[in-house]
Write a protein that binds this ligand. Structure first.
Ligand SMILES: C[S@@+](CC[C@H](N)C(=O)[O-])C[C@H]1O[C@@H](n2cnc3c(N)ncnc32)[C@H](O)[C@@H]1O
Length: 338
């Protein structure tokens, strides 16, 4: 990781016209390619082979994720967004204005935009691993909210983060936002540990607003991760393209296929890349043998009932305050208090 904070976007020069300059600063703690390589080599040497979903999000991966969000089969984004549009005023009333809003995995920040209108925080701190997506979303938000200070942090939120800048911001409370059911990418044990760290970051009196996908008819889940247009397959396979480009790997994309299914016992969708034949792949000079039909596990998306998630949050030390669920019981947004 690069240790210094580089003011990549800040301070922007004062605009010659009368509108105020956007108040963006950019802290670059993005994991470097060496970390990516170490993780991939360890994941391919493991049995079964596994790769972290955080590496899906190069520029193309972020674009593909936004395309997934528009798919007719992919209910989570439009359901959560509708919940935010319907309930953002009540959420803000419960949370209170003047907080410091910190978001994990902000991506395009579409739902955040809705929240910012009602919550009126003193500053916004998106923490996102994908530099391109972070830069695009903060530039868009700065144009829409020119008075809002934005501290954009390009970092892996699974790593310990030192952000002394945040201590200087006077706010009524810290509010952590984690939409998109991204928490589902972690196993329940990892999710609990993550929530413990989020609680520490929130501090006394802090709050967390978190989107969590609900358990439901497995057929609906299956369709959401196996769309007819093949965009999710393209998203999954793009990880191979990324490794070829960044890690001098030689994956042949025609020799792997996207596999996604609901594992009912574990309560999660699993995504894998399956080798279509016996083959050897090289990554930065290291060889890895794949058997025909052998799979690399690329993502989990854990689903929770409201009660299951509340138990998890309580075990991490949060107090569940309120939960909003859509009429079809597809998706939940929880307000947790420290
Ligand atoms: C499922 S998408 C959700 C995006 C957006 N929050 C939404 O609700 O549509 C997950 C986002 O988290 C980011 N992300 C995934 N793992 C991350 C990590 N370990 N650290 C920081 N960002 C991460 C991805 O780049 C992506 O933008």
């Amino acid at each position: 990781m690069k240790s210094s904070a580089s003011p990549l976007l800040s301070p922007l020069l004062p605009s010659p016209v009368s509108s105020p300059a956007p108040l963006i600063s950019f802290i670059d703690l993005q994991p470097d390619v060496g970390r990516f390589l170490d993780d991939v080599l360890a994941g391919l040497a493991a049995s079964p082979k596994a790769l972290s979903p955080k590496y899906f999000y190069d520029a193309r991966g972020s674009e593909l994720f936004e395309a997934i969000c528009e798919l007719p089969e992919y209910y989570p984004t439009r359901t959560e967004l509708a919940l935010m549009r319907d309930q953002a005023a009540e959420m803000a009333a419960q949370i209170g204005e003047g907080g410091l809003l910190i978001e994990f995995g902000s991506g395009a920040s579409i739902k955040t935009e809705v929240l910012l209108h009602t919550l009126r925080p003193v500053a916004y701190v998106p923490i996102e691993i994908a530099a391109e997506a972070l830069q695009a979303s903060t530039t868009r938000l700065a144009a829409e909210f020119p008075q809002l200070p934005i501290i954009a942090v390009c970092a892996d939120y699974m790593q310990p983060l030192r952000l002394p800048q945040l201590a200087l911001i006077k706010a009524s409370r810290r509010v952590i936002y984690f939409p998109g059911s991204t928490i589902g990418n972690l196993t329940p044990a990892e999710a609990q540990a993550f929530l413990v760290r989020a609680l520490e970051l929130a501090g006394p009196g802090g709050a967390m607003l978190i989107g969590v996908d609900l358990k439901k008819d497995p057929e609906l889940l299956h369709a959401a991760y196996n769309d007819a247009q093949g965009v999710t397959a393209e998203f999954n396979l793009n990880l191979l393209r990324r490794m070829n480009r960044e890690l001098a790997a030689d994956f042949d994309l025609d020799r792997f296929r996207h596999v996604a299914f609901y594992n009912a016992a574990a309560g999660r969708i699993e995504m894998h890349l399956e080798s279509l034949c016996e083959q050897t792949v090289t990554v930065s000079g290291r060889s890895f043998v794949f058997g025909a039909g052998e799979r690399m596990h690329t993502e989990n998306s854990c689903k929770y009932s409201v009660a299951e998630f509340q138990r998890l949050a309580q075990a991490a030390g949060f107090r569940p305050e309120q939960v909003w669920v859509d009429a079809a019981s597809l998706f939940s947004v929880h307000l947790l208090c420290a």
